[in-house]
Design a protein around this ligand. Structure first.
Ligand SMILES: [Zn+2]
Length: 259
């Protein structure tokens, strides 16, 4: 079944009212960002990937697994990328309220489950506490979706720890799905820290972390090794992650998870 057949805004009010499987069907909302991704990737990467996941997941999901798609939240909390052209951002309060208003209506229409598929790390902390509030306010079962699979080929330990923005992973994804938008000749390798660095204070993956902004830790805006990216790795990783997402959604949609 295509994503359009599961996309709630493509339905009429009458169709939404008549959907027979609202008690078990998770409603997925993607949360992304429009923000700088170095010299080589478009600013839409995170929001674009949200739509890629939805397309690939709905293609792979068996037709008899109920699941619907809410309109995406495309601008995220990206204040860590301020100062680079192309970055848009909303506040944590606006992000929280956007999710809240979608949840309120999804609940009012009769659905019982809301699932967030997030593609921007800067949104994560807000989304997690907001999902808990939504669960308490509307009785919706809420899930922060994770693919839960081990990627093959594995990222290096250095990339795994410090390749968290516009690096090997995201660049490979884009090479696989939208190569015309990738300027590989401008790709760089720039890490905000090295595993071998002395001391315990680093931006991420350390005993002590600090609230970094991109311009403090990266001149290019890249945090990772974009030069290691290939379309082949991207396609393989996307397939592995889609399989993980599909398994999780199938589990969520099963009647036993909705007592
Ligand atoms: Zn990104």
């Amino acid at each position: 079944m295509s994503s359009r057949e599961r996309y709630l805004p493509s339905m009429t009010a009458v169709q939404i009212a008549a959907l027979p499987d609202k008690a078990s069907a998770p409603v997925i909302v993607t949360t992304g960002a429009i923000e700088q991704h170095g010299y080589h990737l478009p600013v839409a990467v995170d929001s674009l990937m949200g739509q890629v996941w939805i397309e690939r997941i709905t293609e792979a999901l068996p037709d008899n697994v109920p699941c619907y798609i809410a309109p995406p939240i495309t601008i995220g909390k990206s204040n860590e990328h301020v100062g680079f052209p192309g970055t848009l951002m909303i506040s944590k309060e606006t992000l929280r309220m956007q999710l809240f208003v979608i949840a309120r209506q999804v609940s009012a229409w009769g659905f019982k489950q809301l699932v967030v598929l997030n593609t921007h790390g800067g949104n994560t902390s807000v989304l997690i506490y907001t999902l808990r509030e939504i669960e308490a306010a509307y009785g919706l079962k809420t899930t922060f979706l994770k693919h839960g699979v081990k990627l093959e080929p594995e990222l290096s330990a250095q990339e795994d720890a410090y390749g968290f923005h516009a690096g090997e992973l995201e660049t490979s994804w884009l090479l696989a799905v939208a190569p015309q938008w990738v300027k590989m000749e401008r790709a760089v390798c720039e890490y905000p820290a090295r595993l071998s660095d002395p001391g315990e204070l680093r931006p991420e993956a350390a005993p002590a972390t600090f609230a970094w902004a991109s311009h403090d830790v990266s001149a290019s805006g890249v945090m990772g090794d974009a030069t290691a990216a290939t379309a082949e790795k991207g396609e393989r990783w996307i397939s592995q992650m889609v399989a993980g997402y599909v398994a999780r959604i199938t589990e969520l949609a099963a009647p036993k998870s909705n007592p």
